[in-house]
Write a protein that binds this ligand. Structure first.
Ligand SMILES: NC(=O)c1ccc[n+]([C@@H]2O[C@H](COP(=O)([O-])OP(=O)(O)OC[C@H]3O[C@@H](n4cnc5c(N)ncnc54)[C@H](O)[C@@H]3O)[C@@H](O)[C@H]2O)c1
Length: 230
C-alpha cells in the first residue's frame, strides 16, 4: 500500500530503496512497480545511499537491531514495530511512530503532560485473527501494554504506541476474540486530571494483510508525506 501510494505520487519521493532479508520479496515488489526502485542486500547498502527517510516494517527484533545505526546517520526513521521502542535507550528524536490503527494521540499526549490517572485499551478482533473458532467472546489477554506487545508482536502495536504516547502513565489492555465483530475494534478510555476521553475505532482489515488495519497503512503514508515535505 505504501509503495502504491508513492507510485500514485501521494508522497513527494523520487526513488524507493527496498531491503528485505528475503531478497525475492523485495525483487517481487520492485517488479510490480512502475516507479524507480532499487533493491539492496543489506542495511549498510541502504544507509550508503543516504535516504531521507527509512520505514521499518519488518519485526520488533529488526527494529531493535537497526535503530541505533539509522539514527547515528541522522536519517529520519518511521518504526512500525513500535513494541521495539518500549525498552529502547536510543535517542528517539529522529524516530517517528505512526498513529497506526488508532488516533487522537495528540489529545492523549497533551493529557499526559497534565497527568493521566487511567488508560484502558480494549481490542476486539474476529476469532479468525487469532486462528480461533470460539462462538462466544473470549478474553485472550488481560494485563499491561508492554506484555501485550511482547505476546502479540504483530497484532498489538496499538498497545505499544499507546504506552509510548501516555508515558509515564500505564496502559491496561484487554484483547478479546469476539465472533460478533467483523472489523478490528479498539476502544481507548482515559481518565485524566481535567476530564475523560473515549476513543473508538472500527477498522476494516488491510486488503493485503488481514492481521493489520487499513488505517495503519494510511497513517504511515500520512506520516511519510509529512516527513518528506519538510
Ligand atoms: N504500527 C502499526 O500500526 C503496524 C501495522 C502493521 C504492521 N506493523 C508491524 O510491522 C512489522 C511488519 O509487519 P508485516 O505484517 O508487514 O510483516 P510481514 O512478516 O508480512 O513482513 C515483514 C518482512 O520483513 C522482512 N524482515 C524480517 N526481518 C528482517 C530484517 N531483520 N531485515 C530485513 N528484512 C526483514 C521479512 O522477510 C518480511 O518480508 C511487524 O512488526 C508488525 O507488527 C505495525
Amino acid at each position: 500500500m505504501l509503495a502504491e501510494a508513492i507510485e500514485r505520487k501521494l508522497v513527494d519521493c523520487d526513488e524507493l530503496i527496498l531491503y528485505d532479508a528475503d531478497t525475492a520479496k523485495a525483487e517481487h515488489l520492485k517488479s510490480a512497480l512502475k516507479f524507480p526502485a532499487t533493491v539492496v542486500n543489506s542495511l549498510d547498502e541502504m544507509l550508503h545511499r543516504k535516504p531521507k527517510v527509512i520505514v521499518e516494517a519488518a519485526s520488533q527484533q529488526a527494529a531493535k537491531d537497526y535503530i541505533g545505526r539509522i539514527v547515528a546517520k541522522k536519517i529520519e526513521l518511521i518504526v512500525l514495530s513500535s513494541g521495539a521502542l518500549l525498552d529502547s535507550d536510543v535517542d528517539l528524536s529522529r524516530v517517528h511512530v505512526p498513529s497506526g490503527a488508532i488516533g487522537g494521540l495528540d489529545a492523549l499526549s497533551s493529557a499526559a503532560l497534565a497527568g493521566i490517572d487511567e488508560v484502558m485499551l480494549t481490542s476486539r478482533k474476529n476469532p479468525r485473527a487469532f486462528d480461533m473458532n470460539n462462538k462466544e467472546p473470549k478474553v485472550m489477554y488481560e494485563g499491561s501494554a508492554e506484555e501485550a506487545a511482547r505476546l502479540f508482536p504483530r497484532e498489538m502495536n496499538v498497545a505499544a504506541t499507546l504506552a509510548l504516547t501516555v508515558k509515564p502513565a500505564k496502559v491496561r489492555v484487554q484483547v478479546i476474540s469476539d465472533p460478533a465483530v467483523q472489523r478490528n475494534t479498539h476502544e481507548v478510555q482515559v481518565k485524566w486530571r481535567f476530564g475523560e476521553m473515549l476513543l473508538r475505532f472500527a477498522n476494516e482489515p488491510h486488503p493485503e494483510n488481514p492481521r493489520t488495519s487499513a488505517l495503519a497503512a494510511w497513517s504511515t503514508i500520512r506520516l511519510l508525506q509529512e516527513l518528506l515535505e519538510e
